[in-house]
Write a protein that binds this ligand. Structure first.
Ligand code: ZN
Length: 430
């Protein structure tokens, strides 16, 4: 039996705001935390002793956020219901000695982060965002959200074969310009960024900075039925997960402890202290059990009953390349969230996981679609199998079908974000 829908196009409007305000993983978790704070969640420090009080809590570490809601009457062995997602997206990242240039152009040295579609970063107006760490250990978020940098493409007159297969050298061709000048000095960029952040450049001890396209996310299409924007892989899921957790918490009485686990570093394999292959989620769940007076036995009982829906983007069928997709599994934009299957465990879903997701969607009155790769194509993967293997938690891989995955500007249906949020809410409440 389905319940009234919680989220509608207003959720997608808010997603556009969230995407624009979240040009780095650090901003993504800060903005998710701000939404959870409004729903009554409170930050807990990992270095403090935790208590067993009820209510919404969250931990922030770098570009990762773990939030959970302890309902009245929760036992030490009460299982968790987890929505998993990731906060990072493929992009360019500033190198340790960023100041460079040639032929009178001022340039910024960048590394490439994750599986970036390099051509999509050409000739876009780019801002610069991330965090700077001060000598006293404080982190300051910075977002220079105006056209500042650009990776200029070579003119076709100088590259006649460009349309027959563009070749981009990852070192030589991806360095953005950010102005003019032959007098490039080491420290120029960081001094500029410090000034924009309102801090003294001499106090800056470290930085994690990344360019981002400044073009705002927007509705697209004849009937505005699509959304074009950056970082939808996978901020779309982080945003839906935060909304679902807040909605579930508002109902109060829950048979499980609902959790949002938003990890960094999925795009390069998740192995970090803030990635899904690190100890963060396990540590938070274990400490939550112990804070409520639980034993190792209680923890084992809680995890044995825990289920994770790992939400990430997947591929909608591309109208210009239908042969790249499975001939009978055809996810469409606005067709509802997708259930991702790969029998070789690139996705963690199995038949019993399908049943969990199908029930949540039915409860929410949301249609869902099946995704499986064409056998002749390599299948992507995500944090689902890592979560399942690392913690022994039953995990189901789901998500939203998009086009242009890993482009600087991706495309999805305008209904799918709120359909996902409704399905996640039903899962967390059930
Ligand atoms: Zn992803």
């Amino acid at each position: 039996m389905s319940r009234p829908a919680r989220f509608d196009r207003g959720h997608t409007d808010d997603l556009l705001t969230y995407l624009a305000a979240s040009p780095s993983p650090y901003h993504a978790v800060a903005n998710a935390a701000e939404r959870l704070e409004k729903a009554g969640f409170r930050k807990v420090e990992e270095t403090d002793a935790w208590d067993g009080t009820t209510g919404g809590k969250y931990v922030l570490r770098g570009g990762a956020l773990i939030a959970w809601f302890v309902p009245e009457g929760a036992e030490p062995h009460t299982p968790f219901r987890i929505v998993g997602a990731h906060t990072d997206s493929p992009n360019l990242r500033v190198k340790p000695l960023p100041d460079t240039g040639a032929a009178g152009w001022r340039q910024v040295a960048v590394e490439l982060y994750g599986g970036t579609l390099l051509n999509t970063w050409l000739d876009r107006d780019l801002g610069l965002a991330g965090r700077i760490t001060l000598r006293d250990g404080r982190d300051v978020l910075v977002n220079i959200d105006r056209p500042l940098l650009r990776v200029p493409q070579l003119a076709i007159h100088l590259d006649r074969g460009a349309n027959d297969g563009l070749k981009l050298d990852r070192q030589k061709h991806m360095q953005p310009i950010w102005g003019l000048g032959d007098d490039v000095q080491e420290g120029d960029l960081i001094a500029f960024v410090a000034g924009e952040a309102g801090v003294d450049a001499a106090d800056v001890a470290g930085w994690d900075l990344m360019p981002h396209p400044v073009e705002a996310p927007a509705y697209l299409g004849r009937d505005r039925e699509l959304v074009a924007g950056p970082r939808m892989d996978n901020l779309l899921s982080v945003h839906a997960g935060a909304a679902a957790l807040a909605a579930a918490a508002a109902t109060g009485e829950l048979p499980h402890i609902p959790v949002l686990a938003a990890f960094d570093h999925e795009e390069n394999g998740s192995q970090s202290d803030t990635g899904a292959d690190g100890p963060l989620l396990g540590s938070v769940l274990e400490r939550s059990v112990h804070a409520r007076g639980g034993s190792p036995e209680d923890r084992a009982r809680a995890l044995a009953g825990t289920i994770c829906l790992s939400s990430d983007t997947g591929h909608a069928v591309h109208p210009n390349y239908p042969e790249r997709h499975d001939p009978t599994h055809h996810p469409r934009a606005n067709g509802g969230p997708i259930l991702k299957v790969n029998v070789n465990m690139r996705y963690a879903t199995d038949g019993s996981g399908r049943a969990v997701f199908a029930e949540a969607c039915e409860e929410a009155g949301v249609p869902f679609q099946n995704f499986v790769s064409n056998n002749a194509m390599p299948c992507g993967t995500t944090i689902g199998p890592i979560t399942a293997a690392r913690h022994g938690i039953k995990t189901v891989d789901i998500g939203v079908a998009i086009l242009s995955m890993h482009s600087a500007r991706e495309l999805c249906g305008a209904d799918d974000p709120f359909l996902l949020a409704n399905a996640l809410t039903a899962f967390l409440e059930n």
